[in-house]
Design a protein around this ligand. Structure first.
Ligand code: SF4
Ligand code: SF4
Length: 204
């Protein structure tokens, strides 16, 4: 019988303790008028009186060095494909086209001075699949692939979650591919002619 009453007492004390904490926050929140202080650098240290934020007018601040949506500064991308190969969930898709010799100057260099040898007509990141692990960023040799602090990017259409960073339009890419094919055909022809000439000379 005594255990029965001690259980009731313990329950009452537990409920009273929980309610006192709830009521303390409730009354502190009443005294806190206006914004929840999201511009305050000590935001995360505020424990009293925090209540529901008026999202999207208010939002929890993003911590420094946070890893959210990816961004590729395509001007610095050399099309090496390391990020694509490293991604564990294959959410990066890249297509490259070799830059022909006479286009090297047009294609240009990275901000670090490295000559770019590939056009990158397709550089797509499916951020709906990305788990922001950061592996792609860590392997990028030119540091053009970075995480941004953008964490809120919901979309109605799934397709809008695929971000395109490519540096050529479809027509431009086709023209570049034709140029490479022409040069390869020309080189093969010259090689064939040289081989035929060598065979002719050796037969004399
Ligand atoms: S952050 Fe991780 S999951 Fe996202 S694209 Fe990079 S490697 Fe893939
Ligand atoms: S690793 Fe960096 S440089 Fe290489 S393709 Fe990816 S983003 Fe471009």
């Amino acid at each position: 019988m005594s255990e029965y009453f001690s259980n009731i007492k313990a329950s009452a004390v537990t409920i009273a303790t929980g309610m006192s904490i709830t009521l303390k926050h409730f009354f502190n929140a009443i005294h806190r008028k206006g914004d929840a202080g999201i511009d305050d650098p000590d935001y995360f240290r505020q424990v009293d009186g925090l209540c529901t934020l008026q999202y999207p007018r208010e939002a929890v601040p993003v911590p420094v060095n946070s890893r959210y949506r990816l961004y590729n500064d395509i001007e610095d991308c050399i099309g090496c494909g390391q990020c694509e190969r490293a991604c564990p969930v294959t959410c990066i898709a890249i297509e490259t086209i070799k830059v022909v010799h006479e286009d090297l100057a047009v294609c240009g260099k990275t901000s670090g001075g490295q000559q770019k040898k590939f056009w990158v007509p397709v550089f797509d990141i499916d951020v709906a699949k990305c788990m922001t692990c950061g592996i792609c960023v860590s392997v990028c040799p030119t540091e053009c692939l970075v995480h941004t602090p953008v964490s809120d990017f919901s979309e109605f259409d799934r397709q809008n979650m695929i971000y395109h960073f490519g540096n050529l339009s479809r027509l431009e890419a086709e023209a570049k591919k034709r140029k490479v094919a022409e040069q390869q055909a020309q080189a093969a022809k010259e090689k064939q002619a040289a081989a035929a000439k060598a065979a002719e000379n050796s037969g004399q």
